[in-house]
Design a protein. Structure first.
Length: 432
């Protein structure tokens, strides 16, 4: 493989991207622990209202993805993320001081609105700094902020709730985002040409590689044309179905575990962290292999299929065999997280830079809609049925459809991508 230009990008930018997304994910996912740790009881929230509160974030998250991506691509991802960090940190902390359900609904919705620009803006940001052969790994290190955060959040939140209660848990976990905003502003640049920590030779070589990638792509005039692409439409639907499984799992795993006999909030925290430990390992391995082979599809659909099968198997085993059911849920969690890096490398390799950010935002906004449906319906089914079997089947079905849609949407596209970089592909084949 070709010598990597400016290795310092990895040491400087990837930890920053990881921490930023980690803080975003912390402030959206800790609601599940707050609900399990006394919030629902103290505010007299029913099971149905609790599931609505958990899912309102994703409704807000749905609306401003595309404007955020457009601003990041044409103005500044740096500035957009800076203000988002401050606002979401404040809203997350405010969750701990409300005593009214209606204000809690407003805060959850606004938190989604503020964070809606973060994921597409970060993907745009990384696409300006990392080449095709690096992008799956760069995306994976970003999205590792998801399972890694849930891992340590699950443990920390359990202890915080036990020590100081759910209110102070929200306050303590919201403030770091505000502090980090100023560190982010100090350390990042929107483009390689702006970076004083790169040499002129490194800037030119990196910019040349990024520009060469654009030459092999079919020109697309505007978002409207991009959004009419069959691939973009199918991937939007695919990601919505995938997100039903992911966020149904993330939001309600603590409640599922805590329902087991002799289970307290601290044990719930430790057990809830287990899927994310293995998810991190698999995400790194899958992204490495995807970049090495320049194959994306083969590292997405099989894992979604495994997630579907293990969810259904967990339902078949039932809660009477808790540890077997728990192991199957761990496998489902790992399978759902493993393909993120390859998946988000697909669009920037198929669409030109002027519309790729918007297309990723559209896909991610449909994922937000799926997340809303997943977190709400899973919570609703749990409350109505008094168990978790119906929600397992619901998530299994969504992942199965998502797996099939991946194959249809990206059929033949991996060959197209490899042909656009024949020199590197041939080098890889020769070494094999």
């Amino acid at each position: 493989m070709q010598h990597t230009v400016a290795k310092s990008r990895w040491y400087r930018l990837i930890p920053i991207a990881f921490i930023t997304y980690s803080l975003a994910y912390l402030d959206r996912a800790n609601y599940g622990f707050g609900a399990a740790g006394g919030l629902a009881e103290d505010l007299h929230i029913s099971a149905a209202t609790s599931s609505l509160l958990g899912s309102l974030f994703f409704l807000g998250y749905f609306f401003f993805q595309i404007p955020g991506a457009h601003y990041a691509e044409n103005k500044s991802a740096k500035k957009l993320i800076f203000w988002s960090l401050i606002l979401w940190g404040g809203l997350a902390s405010a969750t701990g001081i409300v005593s009214n359900i209606w204000w809690l609904m407003v805060i959850r919705f606004l938190l989604g609105v503020v964070e809606s620009a973060v994921m597409p803006a970060m993907l745009v940001f990384l696409s300006h700094w990392f080449t095709k052969e690096e992008r799956s790994r760069a995306n994976t290190f970003l999205i590792l902020g998801n399972p890694a955060t849930v891992l340590w959040m699950s443990i920390l939140s359990g202890y915080l709730i036990e020590a100081v209660g759910w209110r102070w848990m929200f306050v303590a976990e919201g403030l770091p985002a505000i502090i980090w905003a100023f560190i982010w502003w100090r350390l990042v640049n929107d483009e390689p040409t702006d970076a004083t920590w790169l040499t002129e030779d490194e800037k030119q070589k990196l910019q040349s590689q990024l520009e060469d990638e654009q030459k092999g792509l079919k020109p697309i005039k505007n978002y409207r044309e991009a959004f009419q692409s069959k691939t973009v439409i199918l991937l939007s639907l695919q990601y919505a179905l995938w997100s039903i499984g992911v966020y149904g799992f993330v939001m309600w795993l603590p409640s599922i575990i805590k329902a087991a006999p002799h289970m307290d909030i601290v044990k719930t925290g430790w057990l809830s962290s287990v899927p994310y430990i293995f998810a991190i390992v698999f995400m790194l391995g899958v992204s490495y292999l995807s970049d090495k082979t320049l194959n994306r599809t083969a590292f997405v659909w099989p894992f979604l299929l495994i997630g579907s099968i293990t969810f259904y198997a967990s339902y078949v085993v039932g809660t009477a065999h808790f540890w077997v059911s728990f192991l199957l849920l761990v496998l489902a969690g790992v399978a759902m997280y493993a393909p993120y890096g390859p998946f988000f490398a697909i669009i920037p390799e198929l669409l030109p830079r002027n519309v790729a950010g918007g297309a990723m935002a559209l896909i991610n906004s449909m994922g937000a809609l799926g997340s809303f449906v997943g977190s709400y319906i899973v919570g609703y089914l749990n409350g109505v049925t008094g168990g978790f079997g119906a929600s397992y089947i619901f998530m299994a079905g969504a992942l199965l459809l998502s797996s099939f849609l991946t194959v249809i949407a990206v059929k033949g596209k991996d060959d197209q991508r490899r042909k656009s970089v024949p020199d590197k592909w041939e080098v890889y084949q020769a070494h094999e």
